[in-house]
Write a protein that binds this ligand. Sequence first.
Ligand SMILES: [Mg+2]
Length: 398
Amino acid sequence: MSIIRCLRTYRLPDRPSLIWLELETSDGLVGLGETFRGAVSVETCLHDELAPWLLGRDARHIEGISRHLLTPYVGYNGSGVEVRSASAVDIALWDLAGQRQGVPIHEALGGAARESVPVYNTCAGYAYNSTGKRRDIGNEDKPQGPYDDQVAFMHDAGELARSLLDEGYKAMKIWPFDIYAPKSGGHLISLPDLEKGLEPFRKIREAVGNRIEVMCELHSLFGGHSALRICQALEDYNVFWVEDPLCKMDDHVALADLRRRTRVPVCGSETLGGLRPFRDLLANDALDVVMLDLAWCGGFSEGRKIAALAQAYNRPLAPHDCTGPVTLMAGLQMALHAPTAIYQEVVRATLATWYRDIVTDLPVIREGMAQPTVAAGLGTRLKDSFKQQPGLIVRESR
Ligand SMILES: [Mg+2]
């Protein structure tokens, strides 16, 4: 038996998007989970809604727990607070399962499909997302360190591409069109703004030619007409994918229409949650690349089914990061195992800085390839120094 005895959460006031979860079991194990956005709401959901049902259950019954937590009477669709909370629990349950069997999660899932996983660098800065607000970069912004890659791609994307290639990265993601969306609610992009948005892509190709893959993130900020205009303008730059081009990405009719009218591959969408929205997008020819976030989709239990769906539709899979270190380690486990996984997202700015303050182990990247983990379970745990940090908010249900 492996009975869930304690559910413990940790969050930091200065990183209000992040929450970490530990599940303690009667066989002396501690499983680690995490989710992202609205940490206070997730904390309430975990302790007030989920803990009374979870405590006393057998942690080995992962699928049964996943089915129960992902089908509440309300809040079962999308990546809302119930699903994000369930995702953190599921990641912790798989960590426990791996530890119990003495194998890494990629092995528990059925074994690795590849020796290592290519990564791409999302060109965010040090605190792009975790402080609860996305950062916009203007001309006056100065880099806050050597890896402030969001400032770099807005100012000199060619030099940034060179710096990434020097470190072995062979793919990068940028979002230079974001700043032009708000003035029209995303429904109009003018020719001058389009030209300014294209400039980083032009600089990258001038600086390094086709030696690096470039992804363009549109963050679901655009309507059909402006998204199409951007996609068609990007056709000349050999972009690897355009991510989340439309507001909102569950509109498979509009997305399929966009996809038919552009040559750039469409990637989406870690924002959608579980299996069924991905089924709708794939069945309606609306996606080229499946991007999932294990901390938003329901964890490994739901994520492995999304991976199987991607395989059935012959589409590549790319787990999301740009959130937190546990999600990154979880994504790597999935990317090692999933039949059609092609990339794991990383952010070198966070990998080199605050991710290290939180967990004991992070992906080892050599020549742009994330190496497999060997430790049992997720292969990482919260650092003792993190748990002793002043200001850390800890809550326990027993
Ligand atoms: Mg994205």
